[in-house]
Design a protein around this ligand. Structure first.
Ligand code: C6P
Length: 404
């Protein structure tokens, strides 16, 4: 399968111990195209200054470049206004921000937060922290054996004490794509806001926050061919407006006296301190890159890889795929008889193949399936069927090593 995008990613031209790199850990982080690296380099070489502060030209250029990306992000996810786009360190920080500020303002003893069995730790622990402080409780939506959300159970969990629903758009560990539009509609019929963890979705399918009508949507740039250390919190303007600041510091104030501080408006209220300016520039460049490739094309390409990988992996003796929801991202988790995922990942690494073996920061999901860990392969826009063939050959080798 010819993949014309591969040549745009410098790292994919490298060998690992003399073998071509087969990078199949895109759910952990994606590789970066030259355009993103160049945009960040250009910023540091030509425009670098702090933003929103200086009166001189460089600072004005840096501010313009940074704020321009807010518009790019808003258009990418269909937000109504740039005021709804808050730059953060990543999905984790965005969820912590919402849990902390929304929870502090709205939770009291006995209130309930609905999450699901398939959440990443980043969409569990922040809610546990605020629940402990406020006396609220977590309620967890069950899933079916095939990895689909138990919709009836979800509906049954909603009650007058439910204060928020926080759910992943797609599971990082087993790839399930959740029917979030339906989930949001039901939540809203009960006047409950919904946070969607889009960390795995934003780079792999078109996302339209207005069509979904979600209240918050979060994602990280590094999982979408962009840099680490930067991400986005989308929040409906009227809701963000009601929340207290998350952190205090420079850039989030209108006026400070020792007696009282007046906060800045949106989105500055949530961006205390000097942000990751070059990271935001990189985020803008990667969205331009993905738009040029086309989100529909990316989604279709990855489904094709998923279907091919399913068909060839299923033929391996003793291999069992965990999570077979009819709607899945290009993510496959599996176990192989007698072989621990860490051993599998180590042996594959010897053939230049990068996969993740472990609990994928989804320990409760591993508990549900009764396994300590899985081996996970996850696809990106540059992966090919040939790479899947290389994986299958290497897995046959692993199988033989662990054969009795
Ligand atoms: N999942 C994985 O290998 P950060 O670390 O903030 O960029 O993203 C956290 C996060 C939140 N939600 C989901 C669904 C995720 O998949 C992740 C990150 C990586 O699966 C690293 S554990």
């Amino acid at each position: 399968m010819n993949n014309k995008f591969r040549e745009q990613f410098p790292i994919l031209q490298n060998n690992i111990d003399g073998k071509p790199l087969v990078y199949l850990d895109n759910a952990a982080t994606t590789q970066k195209p030259g355009k993103v690296i160049e945009a960040m380099n250009h910023f540091y070489c030509q425009d670098n200054a702090n933003i929103h502060r200086g009166i001189y030209k460089l600072s004005e250029r840096a501010t313009l470049a940074y704020e321009r990306v807010r518009g790019i992000v808003a258009a990418f996810i269909g937000a109504k206004s740039v005021n709804e786009i808050v730059f953060v360190r990543g999905a984790t920080e965005a969820i912590n921000l919402v849990a902390s500020t929304y929870g502090e303002k709205n939770f009291k003893i006995g209130d309930e937060i609905i999450i699901s069995t398939m959440e990443h730790h980043s969409n569990i622990v922040p809610w546990q922290l605020i629940a402990e402080k406020t006396g609220a409780k977590l309620r967890v939506i069950n899933i079916h054996e095939n990895g689909e959300l138990d919709f009836e159970h979800y509906k049954g969990l909603i009650n007058g004490r439910t204060k928020i629903i926080a759910l992943t758009h797609a599971s990082n560990a087993i790839g399930t794509i959740n029917p979030i539009k339906k989930i949001i509609a039901i939540a809203h019929a009960n006047n409950i806001p919904v946070l969607i963890d889009g960390a795995q979705a934003a780079a792999h399918m078109p996302v339209d926050v207005r069509d979904l009508d979600c209240d918050f949507y979060v994602f990280s740039a590094h999982k979408m061919y962009g840099p680490t250390g930067v991400g986005v919190l989308y929040g409906k303007e009227q809701l963000l407006d009601t929340l207290p600041p998350y952190q205090g510091g420079g850039d989030m104030i209108r006026k400070v006296t020792f007696a009282k501080t007046e906060f800045a408006g949106l989105p500055q209220k949530f961006e205390a301190g000097t942000p990751n300016i070059a990271g935001v520039i990189g985020l803008g460049a990667t969205i331009d890159f993905m738009n040029a490739v086309g989100m529909k094309f990316i989604a279709e390409h990855e489904v094709e890889l998923l279907e091919y990988a399913n068909s060839v992996l299923e033929r391996i003796d003793g291999l069992r795929i965990i999570g077979q929801s009819p709607k899945k991202l290009g993510i496959i988790s599996f176990i192989l008889d007698r072989a621990h995922p860490h051993d599998i990942a180590t042996i594959l690494d010897g053939d230049g193949i990068a996969v993740r073996g472990g609990h994928h920061c989804a320990m409760p999901l591993m508990d549900f399936y009764g396994v300590p860990a899985t081996t996970r392969v996850s696809f990106g826009l540059y992966n090919t069927k040939e790479e899947i063939d290389v994986l299958v050959t290497a897995l046959e080798k692993v199988r033989k090593i662990f054969e009795r």
